[in-house]
Design a protein around this ligand. Structure first.
Ligand code: B12
Ligand code: SF4
Length: 472
């Protein structure tokens, strides 16, 4: 018997219904589902997707789900997705009582007991799903019902699994009128469409207390990276299929593996790729490996995501970041030297953080003068050591799963003055006049360089417009 699977992407906690194309939270695919879809399709199963972000509300969801009439519903879930995931599963069982419901994703792995409390869930798969989920589908197709509700996902060989199924999302989005001709929504001017995200590996060797150890439960303590050739083959496929013009690596810290990066840049250039790309890195790595930065720029790197986090060395130590303020400033200097855009991630309102330390972050951000600011109020995420610290010290002000989103208006912990933090966050994004002027001048210069004598003559009406029809 062939089974029909409907995956559900529940990511509406951030931007809500009808929110596609509104930034990265609402314009990027879930590689978890896209990878599971590719694995299930490769084994002959019929797969489709319902992305809540593209729908208008629960009634709409109910209607679409009834039309799809799936045998199996698979839901992915970060902690922030708990409420919509729970609601989607309840509706699925209401619409079709004999549908088999399966959930997986970071929250299921990190907070299994909590996930087990969700009603109407038949199976929970922890860890990675590419091998275990199709195995479950085969069993169901044979009419078997595995006796255990919790199945431990077996980590796959990342070079052996098929590439993420981007069409799963793109085709679904198009059904609801989104006119995308890009696999994902581009988010910075340096990366033109068609744009896609790509993952070269899973896991992270670092140990920041606001992030770890949760991800170790998901992917293991070591990083498993795909071969460079496998990643390049995926890029080639993306160029052929979607005319890819730019991309972003999702890896937690791509640059942690210097040898991999060097091999990648060499082969990327040798094979004729020149697409601009962004990736995530750390300040200490940028400082320690300036030569690697230079190689990456030559290959096409246009921007780094850097977790600067704080302008206080005490706070950086407290969160086990393993970097210093001096490294943060030096990394920013190096990025500017090579013309790399800086996407600055940083936090305010950490436990034990004082107002003076927050002001140190404000000052640091003014020095760094990034191209893109990405501040957040510290949010204690389940599965992290800092979450446990917050719980132990009775500091949490999070009353609902929705508050795990990075919402800069929502108080997250006790002992912080959120009015002050809101002000500090805004102030951290106010550029020094000299920096603002430099940026303005650079923009004007860029604009001026685009002006050609022909354009000036056209403006003055002395030259025929380029698109004007010629006389027959
Ligand atoms: C890219 C990314 C994003 C992107 C895109 C997210 C997306 N659509 O997937 C953006 C920037 C939008 C984002 C936002 C956020 N993110 Co994020 N993100 C990541 C990152 C770096 C990569 C995700 C990824 O593609 N992984 C690779 C895929 C293959 O893994 P996967 O999705 O986990 O899927 C595998 C398994 O989980 C499992 N699985 C997954 N789903 C299902 C479903 C079924 C049915 C089954 C059987 C199995 C299964 O099988 C999959 C294949 O093996 C991860 C860290 C990481 N390295 O994973 C953090 C991570 C997922 N994000 C995290 C967080 C906290 C957030 C935010 C809440 C941050 C914030 N405060 O704003 C927001 C939430 C956005 C929202 N929905 O409102 C946390 C989640 C922690 C938690 N407790 O849930 C992570 C783990 C980072 C961390 N270490 O803290 N994120
Ligand atoms: S914050 Fe970044 S560098 Fe630190 S452990 Fe998490 S993914 Fe790794």
């Amino acid at each position: 018997m062939s089974l029909k699977v409907t995956f559900i992407y529940p990511g509406i906690a951030g931007r809500g219904w009808n929110s596609l194309k509104q930034g990265m939270d609402a314009g990027w695919i879930s590689h978890g589902l896209a990878s599971l879809s590719a694995a299930a399709k490769a084994e002959g199963f019929e797969v489709n997707l319902i992305d809540l972000r593209a729908l208008s509300g629960w009634d709409h969801f109910r209607e679409v789900l009834a039309e799809r009439d799936p045998d199996v519903v698979g839901v992915t879930m970060m902690s922030v997705d708990y409420n919509p995931a729970r609601q989607a599963i309840a509706i699925a069982k209401e619409v079709k009582p004999n549908v088999v419901t399966v959930i997986g994703g970071p929250h299921v792995t990190i907070a299994l007991q909590d996930s087990l409390r969700i009603p109407h869930v038949d199976y929970l798969i922890t860890g990675e799903g590419e091998i275990t989920f199709p195995r479950l589908l085969h069993a169901l197709a044979r009419g078997e019902r595995p006796p255990y509700r919790v199945l431990r996902g077996e980590p796959p060989d990342l070079d052996a699994i098929p590439f993420s199924d981007r069409d799963l999302f793109l085709e679904e989005w198009k059904k609801w009128g989104y006119d995308l001709d890009s696999p994902e929504v581009p988010f910075v001017e340096e990366l033109p469409p068609p744009f896609a995200t790509i993952i070269a590996g899973r896991g992270c060797i670092y140990n920041c207390s606001f992030c770890k150890p949760g991800e170790d439960y998901l992917f293991g303590k070591r990083v498993r990276r795909r071969s460079v050739d496998n990643v390049l083959a995926e890029l080639r496929m993306l160029v052929d299929r979607y005319h890819l013009a730019s991309f972003m690596f999702h890896d937690d810290c791509l640059t942690e593996d210097r040898e991999w990066v060097i091999e990648f840049t060499e082969k990327y250039i040798a094979e004729g790729f020149n697409l601009p790309f962004f990736c995530q890195t750390r300040a200490d790595i940028v400082v320690r490996h300036e030569d690697m930065v230079e190689r990456m720029v030559r290959a096409g790197l246009r921007g780094y995501f850097i977790g600067f986090e704080s302008g206080s060395d005490r706070v950086l130590k407290f969160i086990r970041k393993g970097t210093t303020v001096a490294q943060n400033l030096e990394a920013a200097r190096i990025c500017k030297k090579y013309g790399i855009a800086i996407w600055a991630n940083y936090m305010m309102g950490l436990p034990t953080e004082t107002k003076e330390e927050v002001m140190a972050t404000v000052r640091m951000m003014k020095e760094i003068d990034p191209d893109y600011y990405s501040p957040a109020f510290f949010t204690p995420h389940p599965g992290t050591d800092l979450y446990d610290f917050v719980v132990e010290h009775d500091l949490s002000r999070i009353t609902d799963y929705d508050s795990y989103r990075r919402n800069p208006t929502e108080p997250k912990i006790r002992g912080q003055d959120y009015e002050f933090l809101k002000w500090a966050m805004a102030e951290s994004q106010r550029r020094k006049p000299i920096n603002a002027f430099r940026r303005w001048a650079r923009r004007q210069w860029k604009r001026l360089r685009r002006v050609t004598p022909a354009k000036v003559l056209r403006r003055l009406g002395l030259l025929r417009p380029r698109s004007a029809p010629t006389a027959a």
